[in-house]
Every structure is written in structure tokens, then in C-alpha cells.
Write a protein that binds this ligand. Structure first.
Ligand SMILES: [Cu+2]
Length: 539
């Protein structure tokens, strides 16, 4: 991995240069993420067709679950403007509390030739009512009218949310076709009890207490669903994201559309069902995270341009925070998802917290993963952590010599003595070290990178011209003349994002394409923002 730096507003489509590169960027604060969904414990869902879009301009005929009427509520509460359309891919994220009795009522509004449909909830003891018997569970027959007409067009699934964690749900009927068509989603069970260690100090649910500095007080919302993923002190977290991996073969979708819309005329007869739609050979062309491909996944949740793909994939964090990743393999293939910047510490698989055999109350035993596997049907909860330790340069470039940027190392080397400090959790050994090796007029020892000569390097849209990041980058930039910034240095506004980004992507690089065009597919950017930047995921 090499590093470069960029200090300018960039368009999402320009991010693509960043393959295998950790980049520092400056974005307008316009990207929400979190793990949004709907709350129950009763959910009224419908299965319907619609077209989803891909960044190459394709409209892909798909089937998905959606809300049958308005949901009870949206979560997290800090995100407003939630939508739950009658068809979406992935299906609505169902958010419930451990111990609740969950009921999911499903109406089958798929095309008649799609036949029956159903939902499986692996990991739960499900009782069913209504519908007709199917191979794996009770199924709903195609509706012929509004509501449950016939009555067997609706089916109900009821179960107790016995244990917390992230799990998938998906069609239990003709799964090779229906899951491919988009019939999957996630269920998140929040723990009934949260350890006190997860709601105090740096993990306080009161963000004013958690981040009391002058910029954040009262400004930065809490976008978590809960303060801990499990009732265990090792499961605290500060932010959370849900990523569902899947892939699509457009040939299958095209054939299903042809069957669904076929009109018999004269000698032309139509297939009675989807049995003739071959699901092999399987040649996927779209590789999606939460139903979207890069760069669409970097637009906001509920962005109006994706009426049937409401969820994005665009993680954010401040240094030192614990980021909960909820990852599900929803497709047929396994996608090695690589979180650049650090390994991911696995908390649980399929809602099973991995605890130490000898000291389970305090110690967890999940592995550190270089790539998080996305085994089809499997869900992982894991913690991602990043501080900037060991970079050998100061990724935030706070104003030198000011009291706000004093870095006093704790026993681990981090500036944690004053949670209100703007550079809380900075790695003090690199404090004030510029990115650039021995730059003229810079403060402190030089960093690891030799930047291009400012006289030949075009400063501007991609590179601000300063060897520093952060709000002080411009004023700290000093050119060869000793006092003035390099020609063309682009000023940073203190309120602009000037963070550090890691490309997170499938390590099967065939999968970071969209319909064979690079870049695209399973790719996103983890944006690490120093704390002067308010991460606002509410719009
Ligand atoms: Cu990589």
C-alpha cells in the first residue's frame, strides 16, 4: 500500500483512481451510512417485481421484498427520511430486540408465473400459519387480487428473537432463482441487555458526553442501533454498518422477465412457470454491496435516484472508534471482502458470539481476519478499528503549537487524557510529522513520502499542494521560497472533510467491475475523519 494525498472536493466517480491506494480526501459532508432499517416486532412484507439500476445504465428486472403498507418505524432515529418501498433489494432490514416475538406477514405479489414464494429465517425456530405447504416452509401462492386473494396468497412466520446478532433472511422457494432475483434481506436482533461499559466514557450514548469538544457538542448524532452488539463488554461499538454481498447474472433476470411478461398470441404460447429459466451456467456481471455497485453505493441511504435500492455502503469513522461491521453473504458466490487499514476482529458468526473457553465473561476469541469472508448465507459481526498508529506521519496536521493540539501520550502512546481535545486518540509519536520527507520549512521531522516538486505537480482538484492534511493543511504548507504555500495550493475550509480514506473492496478483483468495466462492483471507501469534521449521517 502506498499513500498519496488529495485536498480537494472530489466527485464520487473520480475516486476510482484510488485502487489499492489509501487516499486522503476532502469531501463535502454529504454521505450517510449506518445500518438503517425498520422496527417491528410485526412486519408486513410483500414480494414484488421492479427494476433496479446499475451504474452502467442497466435496468435489471428483479424480485424483492418490500413493505406492505407503512412500517411501524424506522431506525436509527437519527436518520430521517426513511422509505420502505413495496419492493427493494435487499429487502427491508428488520430490526428487533432480543426476546421479542417477531411476526412477518408475507403477501405474494410476484407475477403469476413466478409461482409460490416464502421466507426462511435461519437460526430461529419458526412457526407458520396460512399459505400452502412447500418444500422448506409454508409458501404464499400468487395473489390474484389486492389483499390476500386467495387467502393462501398470504403466509405468516412467527418466531422468538432468542439471541442477538445479524442474520440473513431469504426465499425458501426455488432458491436458485428467487434469491438470484433479489429475494433476501437482513434481520438485526439487538441485545436485551447492554453492558454498562458500553454506555459510559468514550462509548457514551450521550454524544455530548462522548465527544465534548467545541465542534461536536450537540452536533454529531448517534447513528447506532444500540451501544453493544451483544451483552458482552467486548461487543461495545461506536458506529455500525451493514453490508450485504450479492451478485447477479443479467441473463437469468432477462429470461425471467420474458416469462413473466410473455403474452400468448396465435401460435405463440407462454411457459406456465419459471422452470425453464436456467440458473446455470452462472455468469454474474454485477457485484453488489447492499444492492448497489460502486460508485452508486457511495450515495446516501434512501437516495431518490435508487427507489428500489435504499441502502448504501459508505462507512465513516473517527480515529480510535470501534466500528461494528455486519456482513452477510447473500449471493451464490463467496466474495473476499478486504477492509484496508486493519484486520477485522470477528465477534460472532450467525449470531453466535465467539467467547474464550477459559474466561468467557470477559474474553472473546474471534479471529482477526485480513479479508472477511462472505460465505453464502453466513453473517459475520466484526469490529474494525483504526487509529493511524505507525503511519510515520501525522494524518491530521493540527495547528502546531496551539493548546488544542497538544499530544500527551498515554501508556499506549495515544492522546486520550482529554476526550474533549480535537486530536483525541491521536498517535502522539507522529504528531506534527508531515507526510512529505524533509519538506522545506516544515515543522518536525519529515514523513515517509517524497512528494512531487510543487513546481511541476499540478495542484488543484486532486492534490491541495500541502504536505499536511486536516484543517490546517493550507496554512502549514510552505513552498520552496520558505514562506508562501506552493503555487496553486487549494485552501481547505476548516469545516470541509480532510480525512483519510481506505478503499474497501472484494479481493477477487474481477468483482470490482460493473458489467466487465473497471471500476465498479464491490468497492467502497472507508472515510476516517479527524474530529473537527462532524460525521453527519442524518441526510
Ligand atoms: Cu485492496
Amino acid at each position: 500500500m502506498r499513500t498519496t494525498n488529495m485536498n480537494k472536493k472530489i466527485a464520487k466517480t473520480q475516486l476510482l483512481v484510488a485502487l489499492m491506494v489509501a487516499v486522503a480526501l476532502l469531501l463535502t459532508p454529504a454521505a450517510q451510512a449506518a445500518a438503517p432499517g425498520i422496527t417491528g416486532p410485526t412486519f408486513n412484507l410483500t414480494a414484488q417485481p421492479a427494476f433496479i439500476t446499475q451504474p452502467d445504465g442497466s435496468f435489471v428486472y428483479s424480485w424483492g421484498y418490500g413493505c406492505n403498507g407503512a412500517p411501524t418505524a424506522f431506525a436509527p432515529a437519527a436518520i430521517s427520511g426513511g422509505t420502505c418501498p413495496s419492493m427493494q433489494v435487499p429487502g427491508p432490514t428488520l430490526i428487533v430486540r432480543q426476546g421479542q416475538t417477531v411476526t412477518v406477514n408475507l403477501a405474494n405479489n410476484l407475477p403469476a408465473r413466478a409461482g409460490n414464494t416464502s421466507i426462511l429465517f435461519p437460526g430461529f425456530n419458526v412457526t407458520t400459519s396460512g399459505g400452502v405447504a412447500g418444500l422448506l416452509t409454508q409458501e404464499a401462492v400468487p395473489a390474484t387480487g389486492a389483499g390476500c386473494v386467495p387467502a393462501t396468497a398470504c403466509v405468516s412466520y412467527t418466531f422468538t428473537a432468542t439471541t442477538p446478532g445479524t442474520r440473513s433472511y431469504y426465499s425458501g422457494t426455488q432458491g436458485d432463482l428467487q434469491v438470484e432475483m433479489g429475494m433476501y434481506g437482513a434481520i438485526i436482533v439487538l441485545p436485551s441487555t447492554v453492558p454498562s461499559a458500553c454506555t459510559s466514557g468514550v462509548h457514551a450514548t450521550n454524544l455530548t458526553a462522548k465527544q465534548p469538544n467545541q465542534v461536536h457538542a450537540g452536533l454529531e448524532g448517534d447513528f447506532r442501533l444500540e451501544a453493544a452488539a451483544y451483552n458482552h463488554p467486548g461487543a461495545c461499538y461506536d458506529r455500525e454498518y451493514l453490508f450485504q454481498f450479492s451478485e447477479m447474472d443479467p441473463r437469468i433476470h432477462r429470461e425471467a422477465e420474458q416469462v413473466a411478461t410473455c403474452v400468448a398470441a396465435g401460435a405463440v404460447t407462454c411457459p406456465a412457470n419459471m422452470d425453464g429459466v436456467a440458473t446455470e451456467p452462472y455468469v454474474p456481471a454485477f457485484f453488489m454491496i447492499n444492492g448497489r455497485s460502486m460508485p452508486d453505493d457511495m450515495d446516501g441511504n434512501y437516495a431518490p435516484q435508487y427507489p428500489h435500492q435504499p441502502y448504501n455502503g459508505n462507512p465513516h469513522m473517527h480515529p480510535g472508534e470501534l466500528v461494528l461491521l455486519r456482513i452477510i453473504g447473500q449471493g451464490r458466490w463467496q466474495h473476499p471482502f478486504h477492509e484496508h487499514g486493519n484486520h477485522v476482529r470477528v465477534l460472532a458468526r450467525d449470531g453466535n458470539l465467539i467467547q474464550s473457553a477459559t474466561n468467557p465473561a470477559t474474553n472473546l476469541a474471534g479471529p482477526l481476519l485480513f479479508t472477511t469472508t462472505t460465505t453464502p448465507g453466513e453473517a459475520i459481526d466484526g469490529i474494525f478499528y483504526w487509529t493511524g498508529k505507525g503511519l510515520n506521519w501525522d494524518p491530521y496536521g493540527h495547528a502546531p503549537g496551539t493548546t488544542s493540539a497538544t499530544c500527551t501520550p498515554d501508556s499506549n502512546g495515544y492522546n486520550t487524557g482529554a476526550p474533549g481535545a480535537i486530536n483525541y486518540f491521536e498517535w502522539c509519536q507522529d504528531h506534527n510529522k508531515p507526510l512529505q520527507a524533509t519538506p522545506v520549512g516544515s515543522v518536525g521531522a519529515g514523513g515517509p513520502i517524497t512528494l512531487p516538486n510543487p513546481n511541476i505537480f499540478a495542484n488543484g482538484a486532486w492534490y491541495g499542494g500541502s504536505p499536511y492534511l486536516g484543517p490546517e493543511a493550507t496554512v502549514r504548507a510552505v513552498g520552496p521560497t520558505g514562506t508562501t504555500p506552493p503555487s496553486g495550493t487549494v485552501a481547505n475550509s476548516p469545516t470541509d472533510e480532510a480525512g483519510f480514506a481506505f478503499m474497501w473492496h472484494s479481493h477477487n478483483e474481477r468483482e470490482i467491475t460493473t458489467n466487465n468495466i473497471f471500476p465498479g462492483g464491490m468497492m467502497m471507501m472507508m472515510l476516517v475523519d479527524s474530529r473537527e469534521f462532524v460525521i453527519d449521517e442524518s441526510f
